[in-house]
Ligand binder design. Structure first.
Ligand code: TEU
Ligand code: CA
Length: 535
């Protein structure tokens, strides 16, 4: 019933190149560093890599502001290094996807520079540039990075739209020439051998014609005014389908869309295989507990997570496929949100890894997950570099003390996951040798779990059934005709009575006495071969 594809079976690993691995000791991660760690990743069991942007950029938003799609940022290497990386990845029978940032470009991109300077430039209509000689922006939309969504270019007497930073100018997808250039660029990379793309805020590319004012009340509720005019814009389906038809499909390439703000129902629309838009989507609904936002210092509620993920497991359907992730470069580490005391870090990390490898969907490990990394203990605003956090801080101190503002930034800053990975410098050569034993043992756990997933089809394609959703408990089954897996989880820091499945084989953790008690955040995996059950 479910179509089998490589990307449903793969384990992905997200690399944030600037902080993954520095090969030449200039303090910045680079492409050679990634090449140096490919054997480590292969050994971990990773099948596919997603690289956050590596293109030329003034780094206003750490590379999500692209100046030249066809150039690699010099901090990271050259186009030849990239081709070599791609070759080395393929040599190991792995895949590589890049980040596609096409809702906006840097204001330093040639297109924008020409558009700004020359009213007759064909690029004028690549952006939302409105001539206006007064101080009233064209509409009331707000930026995700604080303040209004318009920048005024005094000299040129123009206003330009930017949903993100002042240097990330939104592209006008209603212009067929722009679409042609973007699709050409995608095809150029696919021709090079890239296996697909993660598509940055791809659900924002279609804006309501004329860019009307946003509803102010809704804006207050959602945090940003104007979103109803672009979260799932009027031509989104059409544009996604066009990219699919003209680039992804002919290359048999993979796409995963980053779609902030799309509910399950809308995610189903963009990933339904019959619609031919995206293969998969990152939905952020599960990253915060209901009623909470990222910049709040609260305890993530795993019981609520169970109820939510159960909804997805039950209703997302066999024509859609979800990405399973707890961390990325835009969010604090989940383990630190669940428990602030650090008492159960390892147990929680293991629990999350177990659910990630056994629920229905494709796991995306974020760099450092496998090392058991937790949030960073920032002590001063001077340590925060992420533009979103910095802008928000300046906004907040208008109405509160610096201490209060810093507390908020510390809870939600994107810098928690953008710290350099703690490889052991002294033993750079030795694969997987890290600076702490704790890290090594977490790596072992990931290896075992990834291996289990690979050797048991039920964990990939099996039907999902919830067996218990009692408070603090989550027991579910993944089953095919041939095998049944049961995953039993304690979602709390208290000890629970274990269920135990005497007629099944316990595979995680194996070789440990089967206690009748389930420790804090402990989880177990049982498997039964049912292929001969009827004989
Ligand atoms: O993120 C888009 C996004 O909606 C958020 O995750 C964003 O970080 C912010 O919290 C909105 O409130 C993507 C990238 O992953 C992010 O790194 C970029 O900054 C952003 O797009 C702009 O390209
Ligand atoms: Ca370097």
């Amino acid at each position: 019933e479910i179509k089998h594809t490589w990307w449903k079976e793969a384990v992905f690993y997200q690399i944030y190149p600037r902080t993954f691995m520095d090969s030449n000791d200039d303090g910045i991660g680079d492409l050679q560093g990634i090449i140096d760690r490919l054997d480590y990743l292969k050994d971990l069991g990773v099948d596919a890599l997603w690289l956050s942007p590596i293109y030329d950029s003034p780094l206003d938003d750490n590379g999500y502001d692209i100046r030249d799609y066809y150039k690699i940022h010099h901090d990271l290497g050259t186009m030849d290094d990239f081709k070599r990386l791609l070759q080395e990845v393929h040599k190991r029978d792995m895949k590589l996807i890049m980040d596609l940032v096409v809702n906006h470009t840097s204001d330093e991109h040639r297109w924008f520079q020409e558009a700004l300077k020359d009213p007759n430039s064909p690029y004028r209509n690549y952006y939302f540039l409105y001539p206006q000689d007064n101080n009233i922006p064209p509409n009331n939309w707000e930026s995700f990075f604080s303040g209004g969504a318009w920048n005024k270019y005094e000299e040129e007497k123009l206003w330009g739209l930017h949903l993100f930073s002042k240097k990330q100018m939104d592209l006008n997808w209603d212009n067929p020439d722009l679409r042609k250039d973007i699709i050409q660029m995608i095809n150029d990379y696919l021709d090079l051998g890239v296996d697909g793309f993660r598509m940055d805020v791809i659900n924002l590319i279609s804006k309501t014609a004329g860019l009307p004012d946003g509803n102010v009340k809704l804006g207050k509720m959602m945090g940003y005014c104007g979103i109803e005019h672009y979260f799932y814009g009027p031509h989104l389906h059409e544009y996604l389908h066009e990219i699919h038809e003209k680039a992804f499909k002919p290359h048999n390439a993979f796409s995963v869309g980053e779609v902030p703000g799309l509910s399950m129902a809308l995610s189903q629309m963009v990933t339904n295989d019959e619609r031919e838009e995206l293969d998969m989507a990152f939905s952020f609904d599960l990253l915060e507990s209901p009623g909470h936002t990222r910049y709040e210092d609260y305890r993530y509620d795993l019981n609520a997570y169970r109820d939510q993920i159960h909804e997805w497991m039950t209703h997302y359907g066999n024509h859609c496929w979800m990405a399973l992730f707890y961390n990325n470069h835009d969010n604090p580490r989940m383990v630190s949100k669940v428990d602030h005391t650090h008492q159960y870090d390892k147990q929680i990390e293991t629990l999350l890894a177990i659910m990630q490898m056994t629920l229905k969907g494709t796991p995306f490990i974020f760099q450092g997950d496998e090392m058991g990394l937790t949030n960073y203990n920032f002590t001063s605003i001077n340590q925060i570099h992420d533009i979103e956090g910095v802008n928000l801080y300046h906004e907040l101190i208008k109405t509160m003390s610096e201490e209060e503002a810093f507390k908020i930034i510390k809870a939600g800053t994107r810098d928690h996951t953008r710290m350099m990975l703690p490889w052991n410098k002294a033993s750079k050569e030795t694969m997987g040798s890290l600076y702490q034993d704790a890290h090594v043992s977490m790596i072992k756990i990931y290896k075992v779990l990834i291996h289990l997933r690979k050797t048991h089809q039920a964990l990939i394609y099996g039907d999902y059934h919830c067996l218990s959703s009692k408070h603090n408990t989550y027991i579910y089954e993944r089953a095919t005709e041939n095998e049944t897996c049961i995953i039993e989880c304690n979602l709390s820091n208290t000890v629970l009575k274990a269920h135990n499945y005497p007629d099944m084989h316990r595979v995680f953790p194996s070789r440990v006495e089967n206690s009748r008690l389930l420790g804090p955040y402990e989880a177990r995996i049982y498997i039964k071969d049912t292929s001969n059950a009827s004989h």
